[in-house]
Each structure stands twice: as structure tokens, then as C-alpha cells.
Design a protein around this ligand. Structure first.
Ligand code: SAH
Length: 262
């Protein structure tokens, strides 16, 4: 389960914080670190010193230009933020996130991204809106923002607790390797859409809504953000995504000038 969880840091500006994150991750058994457009060098004396022996995670960290690239293969993305937003996003506490992790990490293709923002300005609304949910670590309302590595530590600890509780509770008989019953194989139709599938759908949806003049990009009124929230909440499967994209293609075709219904 832990190997399916990725820590994504956006626009980090202090190497020491990246080192602190590497240490927090290695302490809790996480190893997949992704850096989006870091605003500092990654391998420095400071980061190596703060990593305190977990510097192999600094060397294996993958660097991406955008959040979309860093979470493209993810089936669940959760953004960590101390701030509430004007367009509220589905909220989870760290414990609620932990409760969901064993189920979310079950499929071989499952990947969960925990996304963290910049030290000075956190996550933008657009970045949070690329996530399925917003996780808030309950803190003093008058002093709510944790240091980046401390925030990663809290969520990484919850990941470890979820993993430990799963290891403690024996799997149902039907899933144990020592029983004659076959493990049920998920239908291919059941595979969740990846983040990249969803992003392709959102682009197509926006294009179609502009074509049929339902959406005016000059007067957006948060329409696309609201639709994102709706579809992300629904957790569509790949097959459902194909149906939705098929509907968009048919809509675009029907909207072409000169198109006549047969
Ligand atoms: N000044 C920034 C906070 C930066 S702290 C702001 O106004 O948003 C760096 C990152 O740590 C945040 O982007 C967030 O990902 C994480 N973080 C810090 N405190 C948190 C909290 N209470 N709950 C969830 N994430 C938090």
C-alpha cells in the first residue's frame, strides 16, 4: 500500500524542507517523491543534512514541470492546505483520509498523490481544483500553517497507521492466499479513470461547452471549477469516461453547421 502513495511538492523554495520531507517519508516507509517546478536546488548540503540519512529519496525524486504531469497516473489526488477556499472543495481530515487509503490503494493500478504547496503561498485554487479532495490538518485557527516537512510528517504518519491497521486485521477468507477460493478479479470496466483521463475529459468538455455556447470563457463564473468538483466527486471509471467523451464528440458533431439529424 505505501508504495502506491506519492508525495508531491509544488514550487518548494528551501532545500532544507525537501530534505525534511525525505526524512519524514523514509521514517514512515514512503519512497515516491515528486517535485513540481522546485524553486531551489534539490541536492544541497542543507537538504542532505536535513534528510539525515534519507538522501537516497532526494536522488530518486522525479521532477515535473506541472502538477498535471506529476499526478497523471494517479487515481486519487488529495491537496493539503491550511486555508479554506471560496469555492469549497470536498474536505477530509487526516484520519478520514487514512480510513480511505487501504481501499484506494487496493488495485494494482491505484496511485494516490498527496499534494503540498509552496512555503510562502501554499496551493493555488487551480492546483487544489486538480485534486479530488482537500485535506486540512486541524491546527490553531490563529496559527494554522505548519512547516512543509511537518505537514508531510503528519499525513505520512496517517498513511503508516492505515497500513499498520491493515496489516493487523487479517484479510477476509476469500482473499487469503492459503484458501482454495480464487481471489475475485476486478472487471476491467471497474478501473478508475486516471488523472490524465480526467484532464483530457475536462479539456474536451470545456471545448464542447464553448462550441454550443453554454460557456463563455470571458465570463467563466466558476463553471469549469464546479463541473470539475462534480466529476471528481463521482470518481468515474475508465469505461464511464469513454461514454462521457463519446457524448461530447456526438454533441460537437451535432452542433456542426449543416448537420441534419437522420
Ligand atoms: N502560507 C501558506 C502555507 C504554506 S505551508 C498558505 O497560506 O497556504 C506549506 C504547505 O504545507 C501548504 O501548502 C500545505 O500543503 C501544507 N500545510 C501546512 N499547514 C497545513 C495544514 N494545517 N493543513 C494541511 N496542510 C498544511
Amino acid at each position: 500500500m505505501l508504495e502506491r502513495i506519492r508525495i508531491v511538492l509544488i514550487g518548494t523554495s528551501h532545500p532544507g524542507n525537501i530534505g525534511g520531507v525525505a526524512r519524514a517519508m523514509h521514517n514512515m516507509g514512503l519512497a515516491d517523491l515528486a517535485l513540481v517546478a522546485p524553486r531551489c536546488e534539490v541536492i544541497t548540503q542543507d537538504s542532505i543534512s536535513r534528510a539525515s540519512g534519507a538522501d537516497h529519496l532526494l536522488h530518486s525524486a522525479q521532477v515535473f514541470a506541472t502538477i498535471e504531469d506529476a499526478v497523471a497516473d494517479c487515481t486519487l489526488a488529495v491537496g493539503a492546505s491550511a486555508r479554506s477556499r471560496t469555492l469549497p472543495w470536498p474536505m477530509l481530515s487526516p484520519r478520514e483520509l487514512a480510513d480511505r487509503l487501504p481501499g484506494e490503494c487496493q488495485a494494482d493500478t491505484a496511485r494516490v498523490a498527496l499534494v503540498f504547496g509552496r512555503e510562502d503561498s501554499g496551493l493555488t485554487n487551480a492546483e487544489l481544483q486538480r485534486c479530488h479532495a482537500h485535506v486540512h490538518i486541524p491546527t490553531n485557527a490563529d496559527f494554522s500553517s505548519l512547516n512543509l516537512a511537518a505537514a508531510v510528517q503528519v499525513l505520512a504518519y496517517e498513511c503508516r497507521m492505515a497500513w499498520l491497521s491493515q496489516a493487523d486485521s487479517p484479510a477476509p477468507a476469500s482473499q487469503r492466499a492459503d484458501t482454495a477460493q480464487p481471489v475475485p478479479v476486478a472487471d476491467a470496466d471497474d478501473a478508475l479513470a486516471s488523472h490524465a483521463d480526467l484532464e483530457r475529459y475536462f479539456e474536451h468538455l470545456e471545448r464542447t461547452l464553448v462550441t454550443i455556447e453554454f460557456h463563455d470563457p470571458d465570463k467563466p463564473r466558476q463553471l469549469m471549477a464546479r463541473l470539475r468538483r462534480l466529476f471528481l466527486r463521482a470518481r468515474p471509471e475508465q469505461m464511464e469516461m469513454n461514454i462521457l467523451r463519446g457524448i461530447l464528440s456526438a454533441t460537437e458533431k451535432a452542433a456542426q453547421p449543416g448537420h441534419h439529424r437522420k
